[in-house]
Design a protein around this ligand. Structure first.
Ligand code: ADP
Ligand code: ASP
Ligand code: MG
Length: 813
């Protein structure tokens, strides 16, 4: 004998109903089958809503329409699938149920009240109807059906909405039933009867528990729970799509996982099965060929952790006070008070000094809990032996569960590391006495991120980078191209980069699973969604993107001003934009402070020398105790190119025009020739070396005389530029005569920064640097007298994008 339970999603519509019927029929070919059904998906929630609205005197018509539509569609679908199915008869039964419901609701609307007994009767209407429809289906197929009334046979104790089955009494009742061997057994889930013969419920999602009790009462060989997933996964597959379906687990593991929130089975499902060692199998109605997960008494300690769970809507109570050590039996009083009020305590922690006790209950029971606690400890609170009882709301309990955890070391460390990685503050910690579980209490809005991060640390080598890129000009587009091309290469190294958000100054596109990069330009053209930072933050929060990386490929000061905020919101920042690092020194420090406090990275390697490893090398040198005595460098690719051409005999205007034509300058070459860009780079280096300077402290000698071609257009400027050629040619001649060349140089010396045209001697490391190359010479204690020289292309979309790419990967470290 096999008991098969089908959940709401398995009965959501006629197609699913037919799948269920076929699974039942196929199993029945081999052995006798008893079936427990839930209500079709949504139905119980609709009934809850109907009552809530009726109690408030509100109109409930819409809910009735929705309920009737769900049932009608199923009946119509089944009638079409088999003409022998007596749809009319079943529809009449449904109509009667709905009519009865209508009367109840009118009664509630009148009194605006509804007791738990009536609520129980209403809540399980869906289960009754599921059974009526299934009975009609099998009768049409000529099968004999035994419809077991759970109110008469499944005897339970407790209140109307959440009772527990008394297996001894129930088994006796079932013994009296004479069910012919050839009959298909049907029983509505969720429902039982108390000793007075009144209908009671087994708690929300209680049909799994009904099936387990039925298995025990019928002494079944197997209890199968059919649902909408292939089995029990390492965590909720809706949270982590990469979760792994488990082949097997022990009864204890399954109990612990469901107790701590794995919704796939109701927490009470396992205990009725243990005494008779009835195996429980979790199967997928939509994919019956999948093996499923078997739960039995076999303990396998090979894998240390089986699963990760989150139990949401938790409230924590802290009871503490200086007088607590002196109060005898404090813990016992707290727990018996809770127990008398029928409130279950989910998790407890006590400090070893006995100065405080903390425990968690479900949020819906917290009001009642505080009332009974305040009453119980009224005297102690008045005498100030206890501090006012503290409540922390909106929490979740995150747990890792596994039989093998007892033997293994380091799970707790990895568990807490994973929480720290996503910057989650832990409110309390508890380890199950069986050492089969470790739990942490965290803010509810962080629960999904916690599960994702722990799953990644414990089960997957794969590291995921969620990228949000703003600025898609030359460098940004090139970065996208590189990411697209390197996807497979990185996947082989267990790194997945998802570009989840892309924006220019006007528009944005987003996709939590990663934007399809093959046509991002078209997608961006077609969207009308504007870019704004608040909606980006909301998007990241909505989909719980873990450790998102904000990449700023703009040159905008406004975007740079968002960095401190972005770090607070949990982003890493990677940027070639120099504006933030050259804003006032106060903001410069604030960014670093926020990065430190939030344990997130702020990476800007491409601020100086594009892809050249400047910042990291400098930081490493300083960390190793070296000191920079002075610095001199060619920091502008455009000016390196222009000055190289001057040496080859071109005039300043010819060289500038050629550089512009080749795309080596900014659209307006004055932006390069003004020296401001070099000054910014120099300031960034100086600040890195510990100098607290401002941009205005950098002495700039531009290539052009001050105010040259002021207020003129680029074209006009270019036509005026030859005016300077002669003067420039003279300077070059003078330099050449002494065997020197002119270079546009940034220098840091004696705490001062200067940008100027320098006559460079032939033994200077900058002498040969031209053609757009950058060169940075660090004269330090360790590198003396020959400086550390970093040299290579310091501009260009490819090298800059590659430098940003490297920073993006560095966020994983
Ligand atoms: P049913 O309607 O069949 O009773 P439920 O919605 O109650 O189905 O339970 C199935 C759901 O449980 C799955 O869709 C899944 O999202 C969720 N779930 C939570 N944790 C797990 C887990 N560890 N493994 C599998 N499913 C899980
Ligand atoms: N239909 C009930 C509920 O939604 C019982 C169940 O599905 O297990 O809670
Ligand atoms: Mg369920």
């Amino acid at each position: 004998m096999r008991v098969l339970k089908f959940g709401g999603t398995s009965l959501a519509n006629s197609t699913r109903f037919l799948q269920v019927a076929s699974i039942i029929e196929n199993t029945f070919l081999k052995e006798q089958v008893a079936v427990v059904l839930s209500a079709p998906a949504k139905v119980t929630n609709l009934l809850v809503a109907v009552i809530e609205n009726a109690k408030k005197g509100k109109n409930t018509t819409d809910y009735f329409v929705e309920l009737e539509t769900i049932f009608n569609n199923i009946i119509v679908g089944l009638s079409e699938a088999n003409s022998a199915f007596n749809g009319e008869k079943v529809q009449n039964l449904v109509d009667k149920e709905i009519e009865q419901l209508n009367q109840f609701i009118n009664q509630i609307l009148e009194t605006q009240d509804c007791d738990d007994q009536l609520i129980a009767t209403i809540y399980c209407l869906g289960e009754r109807i599921s059974i009526e429809i299934m009975q009609g289906w099998f009768e049409a197929k000529g099968k004999s059906v035994s419809n077991i009334n759970p109110v008469e046979n499944l005897i339970a104790e407790g209140d109307y909405l959440e009772s527990s089955v008394d297996l001894v009494k129930s088994k006796k009742r079932f013994k009296q039933l004479e069910i012919p061997e050839n009959n298909l057994i049907l029983m509505a889930g969720f429902t039982a009867g108390n000793k007075l013969g009144e209908l009671v419920l087994l708690g929300r999602n209680g049909s799994d528990y009904s099936a387990a009790c039925l298995s025990a009462c019928l002494n079944a060989d197997y209890c199968e729970i059919w649902t909408d997933v292939d089995g029990i996964y390492t965590c909720d597959p809706r949270i982590v799509p990469d979760a792994i379906c488990l082949e097997a687990m022990s009864y204890q593991e399954a109990m612990e996982l469901s107790y701590f929130g794995a919704k796939v089975i109701h927490p009470r499902t396992i205990s009725p099965l243990i005494a008779d060692k009835i195996p429980c199998v979790i199967k997928n109605t939509a994919n019956p060929v999948a093996r499923g997960t078997i739960i039995n008494d076999h303990i396998n300690i090979d894998s240390m952790v089986k699963g990760i769970t989150n139990l949401d809507d938790i409230t924590m109570f802290n009871i503490s006070g200086s007088g607590m050590q002196g109060i005898v039996g404090m813990a016992a009083r707290i727990f018996s008070t809770m127990s008398k009020a029928n409130i279950s305590i989910i998790l407890i922690t006590q400090s070893s000094s006995e100065y405080s006790i903390s425990f968690c209950v479900r949020a819906k029971e917290s009001q009642k809990a505080i009332e009974v606690l305040n009453k119980e400890f009224q005297q102690e609170l008045e005498q100030q032996l206890l501090d006012p009882i503290e409540l922390i709301q909106d929490l979740s309990i995150i747990s890792v569960v596994g039989d093998g955890m007892k033997q293994s070391k380091g799970i707790a460390a990895r568990f807490f590391f994973a929480l720290a990685q996503v910057n989650i503050s832990i409110i309390a910690i508890a380890q199950g006495s069986s050492e089969r579980s470790i739990s942490a209490v965290v803010p509810k809005n962080k629960a999904v991120e916690a599960v994702k991060s722990i799953h990644q640390v414990l089960f997957s080598n794969k590291k995921v980078i969620n990228l949000c890129l703003v600025g898609i000009g030359g460098v940004g587009s090139c970065l996208i191209e590189q990411i697209k091309n390197q996807k497979d290469y990185l996947l082989k190294k267990d790194i997945e980069i998802k570009v989840c958000y892309l924006a220019n100054s006007k528009k944005s596109i987003s996709n939590k699973d990663g934007i399809d990069l093959s046509d991002w330009k078209i997608q961006l053209e077609q969207t009308s969604k504007p870019f704004d930072f608040e909606s980006l933050v909301a998007f990241v929060k909505q989909y719980h993107l873990v450790n998102p990386v904000f990449v700023d490929c703009t040159t905008s000061q406004d975007i740079a001003n968002l960095y401190t905020r972005a770090l607070k919101e949990g982003f890493h920042i990677v940027t070639p934009n120099k504006k933030a690092n050259t804003s006032d020194y106060n903001y410069y420090q604030q960014i670093r402070e926020n990065a430190r406090l939030n344990h997130h990275k702020f990476l800007y390697e491409t601020n100086v020398g594009a892809g050249l490893p400047v910042i990291e090398n400098l930081q490493n040198l300083l960390a190793a105790g070296d000191e920079v005595e002075c610095f001199e460098g060619i920091l502008s690719g455009s000016l390196s190119f222009i000055f190289g051409l001057l040496e080859e005999g071109l005039t300043l205007s010819q060289a500038t025009l050629l550089a512009k034509q080749k795309g080596f300058t900014e659209p307006d070459p004055r932006d390069d020739l003004s020296g401001e860009d070099v000054a910014r780079k120099l300031l960034i280096l100086a600040r890195e070396m510990g100098l607290s300077l401002e941009l205005s402290d950098v002495e700039i000698e531009g290539v052009l005389p001050k105010d040259f071609a002021k207020n003129k257009s680029t074209e006009e400027f270019l036509t005026l530029l030859p005016e300077l050629d002669q003067e420039f040619a003279k300077n070059i001649e003078k330099a050449t005569a002494c065997n020197k060349v002119l270079r546009y140089v940034g220098s840091i010396s004696n705490g001062k920064c200067k940008v100027f045209i320098k006559e460079v001697e032939s033994n200077d490391p900058l002498y040969k640097v031209k053609n757009g190359e950058n060169a940075l010479a660090f004269y330090t204690h360790y590198y003396s007298p020959i400086p550390l020289l970093l040299r290579g292309y310091g501009a260009g979309n490819d090298v800059t994008a590659a430098g940003i790419f490297a920073d993006i990967l560095r966020t994983l470290k």
